[in-house]
Design a protein around this ligand. Structure first.
Ligand code: DN4
Ligand code: BGC
Ligand code: ZN
Length: 358
């Protein structure tokens, strides 16, 4: 028996209780989650709006949790060098049999037959302990960053999305004559944890970075954003930029996305990342299509990330965490106990990332 936070996917609900999950001792490593993060995906599962979530076969519940940092409490010798006492981040996706899954790119799974811990068909990490295979673990070397390492999972999505951006921007000469992106505009729609991580990565590319939402932000979020060197605007009030070179959406709201697609510069890239199956539609007319075609604008979806993106994410988090104006620890805006299931139902004021301490 193990204490766990569970839902019944895809209909939803949330419970913290003692459940029976036989130990998988054939997996060499026993793990104790230290912190797990809560994101839009978990809330979608709990409120029943994440239609693609499903329980682990053989169970009438699903243990939640795909963002975690764990301590290894028991490991047998393994080729990955994962040892008892190590701090690790478990990967979310587990490969199926398609060609992308077989080459370690289950983030690009071709037939949808992969699993995602805590989301699709596999128990997640929000429980007292679980067993896993060492190949599914990414080691956190910087012990001063163990709490912040809970951001590795959301950050790996951002690393993958920028890899997609790199690939697409090879279509034409996209950078400046001096080979940088300096002076080009990146706009990020939404202001949750993924949006904040996107702003930091966009600065690595030397973009002018803007964030927008349909309302203004509280003082603390604004001050964190300002420290990253980014500019916030409430688009219902005014839009202070003229052209957009890289548009990243974390809202999943079609009307907002198309409002800004119509401001894209030639050869611009729009990355669709936010999911909101319940968002109302918007009208797209022939002029919008002409606008996209005539400017070679690319709209691309990006989901998940591969194991290498977890390593990239950890490297950037360490770099940002040790920088002079670091805001990394401020991205964690609240730490809760697993008994407090209300946190899944209502977003706390000013939330960037809420985490659970186990
Ligand atoms: P989140 O914290 O719920 O962020 C969503 C943000 O979008 C919030 O700041 C919302 O504002 C904002 N928003 C909603 N509607 C609008 C609108 N019409 N105009 C402007 N902003 C709006 O979630 P998260 O940061 O954890 O994740 C962002 C999104 O990406 C979610 O939809 C996730 O499901 C999705 N996601 C995708 C992947 C992937 O593709 C990975 C992780 C997450 P407010 O609520 O603050 O007002 O791999
Ligand atoms: C996770 C991704 C996952 C996606 C869709 C996100 O919250 O970070 O790894 O692929 O949800 O299920
Ligand atoms: Zn997540």
């Amino acid at each position: 028996m193990v204490n766990a936070l569970t839902t019944n996917a895809p209909s939803g609900g949330i419970e913290f209780h003692n459940v029976l999950i036989p130990d998988q001792k054939d997996f060499e490593v026993k793990l104790k989650p230290l912190y797990t993060g809560i994101c839009g995906t978990d809330r979608g599962e709990v409120n029943g709006s994440l239609s693609f979530a499903y329980n682990q076969p053989g169970y009438n519940f699903l243990v939640l949790g795909h963002e975690a940092v764990c301590q290894v409490i028991d490991a047998t010798e393994n080729e990955y060098g994962i040892k008892t006492g190590d701090y690790v981040v478990p990967v979310v996706r587990r490969p199926g049999n398609c060609v992308n899954c077989r080459i370690g790119r289950e983030d690009n799974c071709s037939d949808g037959k992969k699993n995602e811990a805590g989301i699709t068909g596999l128990h997640g990490f929000m429980r007292d302990y679980f067993f896993d295979s060492p190949g599914n673990l990414v080691k956190v070397n910087d012990r001063s960053m163990v709490r912040e390492a809970v951001l590795t999972e959301p950050a790996k999505n951002v690393m993958k999305a920028f890899e997609v951006f790199d690939t697409i921007s090879k279509r034409s000469i996209y950078q400046n004559e001096d080979s940088t992106f300096a002076g080009k505009n990146c706009l990020i729609i939404g202001s949750g944890s993924e949006a904040f991580i996107y702003t930091m990565m966009a600065h690595e590319y030397m973009f002018n970075v803007y964030m927008t939402n349909r309302h203004t932000l509280g003082e603390s979020k604004l001050s964190i954003l300002e420290k990253t060197g980014s500019i916030f605007f409430d688009y219902t009030d005014n839009v202070p930029l003229k052209g957009i070179d890289l548009l990243i959406d974390t809202s999943g709201d079609p009307a907002t996305i198309f409002k800004f697609v119509r401001m894209m510069n030639n050869n611009g890239v729009t990355i669709l990342f936010g999911t909101n199956g319940k968002a109302p539609g918007t009208q797209v007319n022939g002029e919008d299509i002409d606008y996209i075609i005539e400017r070679n604008i690319c709209m691309v979806g990006s989901v998940d990330g591969a194991k290498k993106h977890y390593f990239d994410a950890l490297r950037y988090l360490e770099k940002w965490g040790h920088s002079q104006n670091s805001v990394i620890n401020k991205l964690i805006t609240g730490t809760y106990s697993p008994e407090n299931t209300e946190i899944f139902l209502t977003k706390p004021e000013g939330e960037i990332k809420s985490i659970i301490k186990w």
